[in-house]
Write a protein that binds this ligand. Structure first.
Ligand SMILES: [Zn+2]
Length: 359
């Protein structure tokens, strides 16, 4: 099973476009083409299908693919939903409960954008890190910004605002149109066949969080209240903010009632005759800079990142898959994705694989 992660789908001209983070934002037209590509090469399944496969109640079809969105951006309703409906596809949105109804996105995303545009000096960033995180770093330390991004949402909003204004950092936050989904909008998504999962309470990385138990329980309770009237009983899927977790945290999440845990590890999930063998599921990030540079969808780039991803566990087909990937890597350089898609289908088809293994 392949799981793909998206974040935002926007239109140029939308006031949120200018400050959106390039790797995680696809233009509407590129997302449309992306869905067309995915429909052609995969069976798009729902979160419930994956859940049933974990319980061994119903196997997943061959070449199954789950579409996921992280964070809970309002544009998922505005731009992604109409295209999902156009292609008859479903998706799962993992939502950070503190962000629900917020007109702004996380301050750390605004900071990331400001840093990428050179609007925050190294001195300002170093001071911000020292005050918030409490340890002194060299200004050229590349981890400065990521440390703040992973821990920042955990800090009190008033304190953050005070520190930012003291350091004269203006994040130029976009508040209109609203950035994050409201409760009613989440309900509309569910009524339109979208599945909802949790993405923490604050969006800080769990290993750096001051209260992992609340990061797990808060979104589960808040989202359950929203989705229950629409027939989605429980919130039993979680994606780790920043993909960050430890095995202890994964255990804690299972004890808290989650059944499916989505990581950021770029790997395919191996199935046993269509059934899921593990609750920990890797995902492949749809990096907009790679798959749609300058807004132009590049199917060969998406094909390369999906078809050649590593598998989580060795299984009967893995030797063949590895050979196919190696062969395909050479060929894709010369011919584009058409032949790669053909090879991928031939070599990874479970019936053909079984015949090859038998020989
Ligand atoms: Zn996230």
């Amino acid at each position: 099973m392949t799981v793909v992660t998206f974040h935002r789908v926007l239109r140029r001209g939308d006031a949120r476009w200018e400050t959106a983070l390039a790797p995680w934002t696809l233009e509407e037209a590129a997302f449309d083409q992306c869905l067309e590509f995915l429909k052609r090469h995969y069976s798009i399944v729902s979160l419930d299908d994956v859940r049933q496969a974990l319980k061994r109640a119903r196997p997943l079809p061959a070449r199954s693919l789950l579409l996921t969105f992280d964070d809970g951006f309002a544009d998922n309703l505005d731009y992604a939903l109409p295209l999902l409906r156009k292609h008859g596809a479903t998706a799962t949105i993992f939502i950070t409960s503190d962000s629900i109804g917020s007109s702004e996105r996380l301050w750390t995303e605004d900071l990331l954008w400001a840093v990428s545009r050179g609007r925050v000096s190294q001195r300002q960033l170093t001071c911000l890190h020292t005050i918030l995180i409490g340890c002194v770093r060299e200004p050229q330390d590349a981890n400065l910004i990521w440390n703040i991004v992973r821990r920042g949402p955990n800090y009190d909003a008033g304190l953050v605002e005070l520190v930012l204004s003291t350091l004269d950092i203006d994040l130029q936050r976009v508040r209109s149109p609203r950035q994050m989904l409201r409760r009613e909008e989440i309900a509309t998504l569910v009524a339109n066949g979208i599945w909802i999962g949790a993405h923490g309470k604050t969006h800080s990385a769990f290993p750096a969080s001051s209260d992992v138990a609340v990061e797990l329980s808060h979104p589960r309770a808040v989202l359950k209240e929203i989705i229950t009237p629409y027939g989605q009983g429980t919130v039993d899927a979680l994606s780790f903010p920043h993909g960050a977790y430890t095995l202890e945290i994964a255990d804690q999440a299972l004890s808290a009632g989650y059944e499916l845990l989505f990581t950021g590890e770029p790997e395919l999930c191996c199935l046993d005759q269509g059934y899921l063998a593990t609750s920990l599921i890797g995902r492949l990030d749809a990096d907009a800079r790679r798959i749609a540079p300058a807004g132009q969808f590049r199917p060969e780039m998406l094909a390369a990142s999906l078809f050649m991803a590593a598998r989580r566990q060795p299984d009967r087909g893995s030797r063949i898959a590895a050979r196919a990937r190696q062969h395909a890597t050479e060929i894709v350089r010369m011919t584009g994705y058409g032949l790669l898609a053909h090879l991928w289908r031939r070599l990874l088809d479970p019936r053909r694989s079984a015949k090859r293994e038998a020989r």
